[in-house]
Write a protein that binds this ligand. Structure first.
Ligand SMILES: *[C@@H]1O[C@H](CO)[C@@H](O)[C@H](O)[C@H]1NC(C)=O
Ligand SMILES: *[C@@H]1O[C@H](CO)[C@@H](O)[C@H](O)[C@H]1NC(C)=O
Ligand SMILES: *[C@@H]1O[C@H](CO)[C@@H](O)[C@H](O)[C@H]1NC(C)=O
Ligand SMILES: *[C@@H]1O[C@H](CO)[C@@H](O)[C@H](O)[C@H]1NC(C)=O
Ligand SMILES: *[C@@H]1O[C@H](CO)[C@@H](O)[C@H](O)[C@H]1NC(C)=O
Length: 689
C-alpha cells in the first residue's frame, strides 16, 4: 500500500492545472459506474471518440451498449443549482480528481470553491461471499463538506430515468414509490414483462430499485424530467408527488428523484447514499441434467422478498465496502509485487468488468455462475471466453471457476450434445442456456477441448478437489481422444480468434491440444488411472518433440514460433504456452519460453505486440498470458504498453480487448467491448517464476 500512495502523489503532481481533473492511476476509455451484471452495467464514456475525457458532469452515463441511462445528479449550494452527473442543463461542477480501485470509482468535485464533493460508485466484489455477490445492486455515495470554512446551505439530488428498465424506448414503463424498513425506494419496471428477453442488450424483465434512506429531510417525486429536476433547481426539494400516467420511456421522459436537504454544511463531511439494482426472480433458462428449467437468481435463496434484499443491501454498505476494500488491497498488493503500478492499472480496471459479465443463479445446494459473452455475440458460458477470464476467477475464488463450468458439464454429461468434442457455449443468446442438442454451435473443437481440460485441472489443483476429476473423468477422456487425433496436425478450423478466419496447422492451437493431453495425463494420475496417465504423457511428449520441428522457425534471427506450420515468416503470440506454466506441467522445454521472450520485443509496435502476422491488431488478454510467462523485461514491455494504451486510446467504450497496436483504436472490425476476457490480466498472479 505504501508504493500505491506514492504512485498517487506522483500522478497528482504531474497533471493538476485549473479546473482539469487528474486521473489516477489512469484515465480509462470508459469509467465504470455501476457495473455488476450483464444488465447492471453503466459507464461514463471518457475517450476522445465520443467521450468527454472522463468528466461525470456534462455527459450522460451509458449502458455498455452505448444507450443513455439518463442518470442525473444535482447539488444546490446557497440557492444555486449545479450538475454533478449527467447532462440535465444546469452549470456543471468542476471535477478535480478521479480515482479507481478494483471495486470503486471516486470523483472529487469543487463547487464554486464553496463545497467539496466526493462521489463514490461502489460495485462490490465479494468472491467468497455468495450472498453478497448474488445481489445485482450497486452503491452511489455522495459526501460533501465546506471548502472555504463557511457554512453553506446544501441540498443534494439524484434521479434515474425509466431508460434503465428496457432497451426499447417506446415500451411502457410503470413505477411505484414506497418505504421498507426505513429505506425509501422508487420501483421502476417494464409494464409488460417479457421474461428472458433482451432489447438492445438490456433486460426486458425484472424490477429496478432506486433507493435511499427515508427521513424528514428527504423528499421524492416521479414525473417528467424537466419538471422534477426543475422543481429541485427552483426550491431545493421535491413535492412527493406520484405521476400515475404510466407511459413510454421516451414520452415526456419519466424520472424518479430523491432530494436531501442537508441544511448548513460545515467542513465536517456529510454523507448521502443511494442504491441501484435489478431484482429478477428467475434469471436464466437452463437445459441441464433434468428438463428445461427456469433458474432463480441466487439471492432468492437468502431473502424472502425483493424488499428484504433491497433493505439488506442498502444498510450493508459498511460491510460490503469493507470486503470490497480488502479485495482492492489484495489486488493492489499482489499486482504491485509482481509487476508494479502499470500492472495494477490493468488488473484494477479489469475486475468489475470481468465480474460484471457474470451472474449467480440456482440455489445454495446447486449454484451456477452464468457468464455473458458481452458484445461479441451474447453467447452464454462460452468456453473460449471463460478461458481468457479464468485467471481472475482462479485468483479470487477457484469455486467460481467450477460454478461457471458446471452448466457445460451438466448438459453434456446428460448426453445433450451430439459431438465427440467439447461444446462451444451453453446457448447462443444470454439468458437462454439451452444448449445445442443439434450440435450447430460455432465449431471450435480443438480450442474448447483443450480449454476444458486445462481449466478443469486448474480448478481441481487450486481447490484440491480430486472428486471433481473423478466425476468428469469419462467426458474428459473422450475429449482427450479428440485431441490425440487432431492436436499434432490440426485440421483447418478456427481458433478462439475467430475474427482472424480459419487456418490449418495453427502452431499455437496445436500447442493447446498437446497441453490438454498432458493435463489429462495428470488428471489420470491423480485419479489412479495409471495406464491412461502413462499413455497420454507419452503421446504429449512425442507430439511436443515434433511440434518443435513443425512450428518453430529456427533459422530466423531471432528464432520464433510461426503462426502455422511451415509458414516461415509468420509469427504470433504463443499465449497457449501459459497453461503449461500455470499447471506446472513442464511439458514444453524452457528454451521455447526463452525464445519467445527474446522474440516479442523485436515485433513490438507503439501499443504492444500484434496478435499475429495477419494484422496490426492485438488482444490484450493474450498479451497478458504471454507476459505472465516472459522474462521480466519482456513482461514489463507488455504491461507498460497496455497501461500506456489505456491512458491514450481514443476508444470511449468499456475496455476493449481488441485494438490496433499502432493507433490504439478499434480495428475496422470487430468492436469488442466490456468483455469478461479482461479477467486474463490476472494471469501474472497465477504463475510464480
Ligand atoms: C469551474 O472552474 C472555472 C475555472 O476556474 C470557474 O470559472 C468556474 O466558476 C468554476 N465553476 C464552478 C461551478 O465551480
Ligand atoms: C474527499 O476525499 C479526500 C481525499 O480522500 C479527503 O481529504 C476529503 O476530506 C474528502 N472530502 C469529503 C467531502 O469527503
Ligand atoms: C429466450 O427464450 C425465450 C423463449 O423461451 C424467447 O422468448 C427469448 O426471446 C429468448 N431470449 C433471447 C435473448 O434470445
Ligand atoms: C492411448 O490413447 C489413445 C488415444 O485415446 C488410444 O487410441 C490408445 O489405444 C491408447 N493406448 C493405450 C496403450 O492405452
Ligand atoms: C499440416 O502440416 C503437415 C506437415 O507439414 C502437412 O503434411 C499437412 O498437409 C498440413 N495440413 C494442411 C491441411 O495443410
Amino acid at each position: 500500500m505504501q508504493l500505491f500512495s506514492f504512485a498517487l502523489l506522483v500522478a497528482s503532481f504531474v497533471v493538476s492545472i485549473g479546473a482539469q481533473s487528474i486521473f489516477t492511476p489512469a484515465r480509462p476509455p470508459a469509467l465504470p459506474l455501476a457495473v455488476r451484471s450483464p444488465y447492471l452495467s453503466t459507464w461514463l464514456k471518457a475517450g476522445s471518440d465520443g467521450g468527454n475525457g472522463g468528466y461525470l458532469a456534462g455527459q450522460w452515463p451509458v449502458f455498455w451498449q452505448d444507450q443513455s441511462t439518463g442518470w442525473t445528479g444535482l447539488v444546490r449550494v446557497d440557492g444555486k443549482t449545479y450538475t454533478w452527473m449527467g447532462l440535465p442543463g444546469t452549470e456543471t461542477v468542476n471535477q478535480t480528481a478521479f480515482e479507481y480501485t478494483s471495486t470503486k470509482s471516486i470523483f472529487t468535485m469543487n463547487v464554486a470553491d464553496k463545497l467539496e464533493m466526493n462521489i463514490t460508485f461502489l460495485s462490490p466484489i465479494t468472491p467468497t461471499d455468495y450472498k453478497r455477490q448474488s445481489l445485482v445492486f450497486s452503491y452511489l455515495n455522495v459526501e460533501v463538506s465546506s471548502l472555504d470554512g463557511e457554512d453553506h446551505d446544501v441540498q443534494v439530488y439524484a434521479d434515474i430515468s425509466a431508460e434503465w428498465v428496457s432497451g426499447d424506448r417506446s415500451s411502457i414503463a410503470q413505477w411505484d414509490y414506497g418505504t421498507t424498513d426505513g429505506v425509501a425506494y422508487h420501483k421502476v419496471y417494464r409494464q409488460t414483462q417479457v421474461g428472458f428477453s433482451q432489447w438492445n442488450e438490456q433486460a426486458e424483465w425484472g424490477y429496478w430499485y432506486w433507493a435511499t434512506e427515508a427521513g424528514k429531510d428527504v423528499t421524492h417525486r416521479s414525473g417528467r424530467d424537466v419538471d422534477v429536476r426543475g422543481e429541485f433547481t427552483g426550491k431545493g426539494s421535491l413535492n412527493n408527488e406520484h405521476d400515475d400516467k404510466y407511459r413510454a420511456i421516451s414520452d415526456n421522459w419519466p424520472v424518479f428523484g430523491f432530494s436531501y436537504d442537508l441544511g448548513g454544511v460545515s467542513s465536517a463531511p456529510v454523507n448521502v447514499r443511494f442504491s441501484i439494482g435489478l431484482a429478477q426472480d428467475e434469471a436464466i433458462q437452463f437445459e441441464g441434467a433434468s428438463s428445461y428449467d427456469a433458474l432463480p437468481s441466487l439471492w432468492k435463496s437468502y431473502f424472502n422478498t425483493e424488499l428484504e434484499a433491497l433493505s439488506f443491501f442498502h444498510y450493508d454498505y459498511e460491510r460490503a465496502s469493507y470486503i470490497s476494500s480488502s479485495f482492492d488491497s489484495q489486488v493492489a498488493k499482489d499486482s504491485l509485487a509482481v509487476a508494479g503500478q502499470d500492472y495494477l492499472t490493468l488488473t484494477s480496471l479489469s475486475a468489475r468488468q470481468a465480474f460484471g459479465a457474470t451472474q449467480l443463479c440456482g440455489t445454495e445446494d446447486k449454484m451456477y455462475m452464468f457468464l455473458k459473452e458481452i458484445s461479441s455475440d451474447g453467447n452464454m458460458n462460452t468456453v473460449d471466453v471463460i478461458f481468457p477470464a479464468y485467471p481472475i476467477f482462479l485468483y479470487s475464488n477457484p469455486e467460481l471457476l467450477k460454478m461457471v463450468l458446471e452448466p457445460l458439464y451438466e448438459n453434456q454429461e446428460a448426453g445433450k450434445y451430439p459431438k465427440a468434442y467439447s461444446m462451444h457455449d451453453m446457448g447462443s443468446s444470454y439468458p437462454n442456456a439451452t444448449g445445442h442438442n443439434d450440435g450447430t454451435d460455432e465449431p471450435m473443437p480443438l480450442e474448447e477441448c483443450g480449454n476444458m481440460l486445462i481449466m478443469t485441472l486448474a480448478y481441481a489443483k487450486a481447490a484440491k478437489d480430486i472428486d471433481y476429476l473423478n466425476e468428469h473423468y469419462d467426458l474428459l477422456k473422450k475429449w482427450t481422444g479428440y485431441l490425440v487425433e487432431d492436436a499434432l496436425y490440426p485440421a483447418n478450423q478456427i481458433s478462439t480468434d475467430d475474427f482472424a478466419g480459419s487456418l490449418a496447422n495453427q502452431t499455437n492451437l496445436a500447442l493447446k491440444g498437446m497441453i490438454g493431453i498432458q493435463a489429462m495425463s495428470v488428471i489420470a494420475e491423480e485419479t489412479s488411472h495409471y495406464s491412461d496417465a502413462h499413455n497420454y504423457s507419452k503421446i504429449a511428449r512425442d507430439y511436443i518433440e515434433k511440434w518443435q520441428d513443425l512450428g518453430i522457425n529456427k533459422y530466423a534471427n531471432p528464432p520464433h514460433t510461426t503462426l502455422s506450420y511451415g509458414d516461415a515468416d509468420s509469427h504470433g503470440l504463443l499465449y497457449n504456452l501459459f497453461a503449461d506454466a500455470q499447471l506446472g506441467l513442464n511439458l514444453v522445454p524452457n528454451s521455447v519460453y526463452q525464445m519467445q521472450s527474446d522474440f516479442y520485443p523485436t515485433v513490438e509496435n507503439k501499443y504492444g505486440v500484434p496478435l499475429d502476422t495477419r494484422h496490426s491488431l492485438t488482444k490484450g488478454d493474450w498479451e497478458c498470458f504471454a507476459a505472465a510467462i516472459a522474462s521480466p523485461d519482456t513482461r514489463d514491455m507488455f504491461i507498460k504498453d497496455l497501461a500506456t494504451w489505456i491512458n491514450e486510446t481514443p476508444t470511449s467504450r468499456p475496455l476493449t480487448d481488441n485494438y490496433d497496436t499502432n493507433n490504439g483504436n478499434f480495428p475496422p472490425s470487430p468492436t469488442f467491448v466490456a468483455r469478461p476476457v479482461v479477467g486474463g490480466s490476472f494471469a501474472l498472479l497465477l504463475v510464480t517464476s
